[in-house]
Design a protein around this ligand. Structure first.
Ligand SMILES: NC(=O)c1ccc[n+]([C@@H]2O[C@H](COP(=O)([O-])OP(=O)(O)OC[C@H]3O[C@@H](n4cnc5c(N)ncnc54)[C@H](OP(=O)(O)O)[C@@H]3O)[C@@H](O)[C@H]2O)c1
Length: 245
C-alpha cells in the first residue's frame, strides 16, 4: 500500500470532503485528490489558507473545488445538517470523507491538563467527527462505494506519558472507526483509520520543536496509502488501522 501507484484517473467522478484542508497533510491530500480527478470540498478554519489551496487546484485545471469554512470547535449539529444538505444538493452524493483536522492541545502531565484544553481537543478531534459522520452517512450512502478515513496517530493505540487529551482522542477515533466498520459491514460504506507517522507539518513542529526536521517525511511522501484508501482499489478494506509509512 505504501508502494501504491495511483492510476491517473483513479478518483475521477468522486467528490471528496477533507477537513483541515488548508495546511499540512490535509492541504497536500487535497491537491493530490484534485490531481487524480476528484472534486474536492475543502473544509477548514482559516479561509485564507483554503483560498490558497482552491487557487492551486484551479491551476491543476481539472475539477473545480469548493470551500467550506467551519471551525470544528464551535460548530453545532445544525451546522453539520446544513452542510450535508448542501453537499447533497450540489453534488448528489459524497464518495469520501477524510477526517484530517486535529488539535494537539497542550502536551504535559495528566494532572495539569486544563479542563478547557481537554474540552477543545475532544470537541475538535472527536465530537466534531461524530457529528460530521452522523450527518453525512445518508449522503455517503448515495455513492456506489464510499470511503471514510479517520486520522489516528502512533499514540492512538498505545498511550504515552504527557500526550493526554490528544492521545485519548485518537484512541476514541479508532474506536469510532471500528464501531462504524462493524455496523456497516456488508454495505457500500467502509471506514478505516490512517496513521501518517512522523511528518513535517506545523503540528509536528509544535510537538517536537527541537528535532531535526530534515529527517522527517514530507506530506507528499505519505500520499500513496491515502490514495489507495480513497480509490476503488480498496473497496473491500474496512475496519483497518493503516500505517502510511
Ligand atoms: N504531522 C504528523 O507528524 C502527524 C503524526 C500523526 C498524526 N497526525 C495527524 O494528521 C492530521 C493532520 O495533521 P497535520 O500534521 O497536517 O496538522 P497541521 O499542519 O496542524 O494541520 C491541521 C489542519 O487542521 C485544521 N484545524 C485544526 N483545528 C481546526 C478546527 N477547530 N476547525 C477546522 N479545522 C481545524 C487546521 O486549520 P488552520 O490551519 O486553519 O488552523 C489545519 O489545516 C491530524 O489529525 C494529526 O493528528 C499528524
Amino acid at each position: 500500500m505504501k508502494e501504491y501507484q495511483a492510476k491517473t484517473d483513479c478518483l475521477a467522478d468522486k467528490t471528496i470532503l477533507i477537513t483541515g484542508a488548508g495546511d499540512g497533510i490535509g492541504k497536500t491530500l487535497a491537491l493530490q485528490c484534485a490531481q487524480f480527478g476528484a472534486t474536492v470540498i475543502l473544509l477548514g478554519k482559516t479561509v485564507k489558507k483554503l483560498e490558497a489551496v482552491y487557487d492551486q487546484i484551479e491551476e491543476i485545471g481539472k475539477q473545480q473545488a469548493s470551500i467550506l469554512p467551519l471551525d470544528l470547535n464551535g460548530a453545532t449539529e445544525s451546522h453539520y445538517d446544513d452542510l450535508a444538505d448542501t453537499i447533497k444538493r450540489e453534488y448528489g452524493k459524497l464518495d469520501a470523507l477524510v477526517h484530517n483536522a486535529s488539535q494537539l492541545g497542550v502536551l504535559g502531565p495528566f494532572a495539569q491538563i486544563e479542563k478547557s484544553t481537554w474540552d477543545d481537543v475532544i470537541q475538535t478531534n472527536l465530537t466534531a467527527q461524530f457529528m460530521l459522520t452522523k450527518a453525512l452517512i445518508p449522503v455517503l450512502s448515495l455513492a456506489k462505494h464510499a470511503s471514510t478515513l479517520f486520522t489516528t496517530s502512533s499514540v492512538g493505540n498505545q498511550g504515552r506519558a504527557y500526550w493526554g487529551a490528544y492521545s485519548i482522542s485518537k484512541f476514541a477515533t479508532e474506536g469510532m472507526m471500528q464501531t462504524l466498520a462493524d455496523e456497516f459491514e456488508n454495505s457500500t460504506l467502509r471506514f478505516n483509520a490512517i496513521n501518517p507517522g512522523a511528518t513535517r507539518t506545523g503540528m509536528r513542529a509544535n510537538a517536537f520543536p527541537a528535532e531535526n526536521t530534515a529527517l522527517l517525511k514530507m506530506p507528499a511522501d505519505i500520499m500513496p496509502a491515502y490514495l489507495y484508501l480513497l480509490s476503488d482499489d480498496s473497496i473491500n478494506v474496512t475496519g483497518q488501522r493503516i500505517n502510511a509509512q
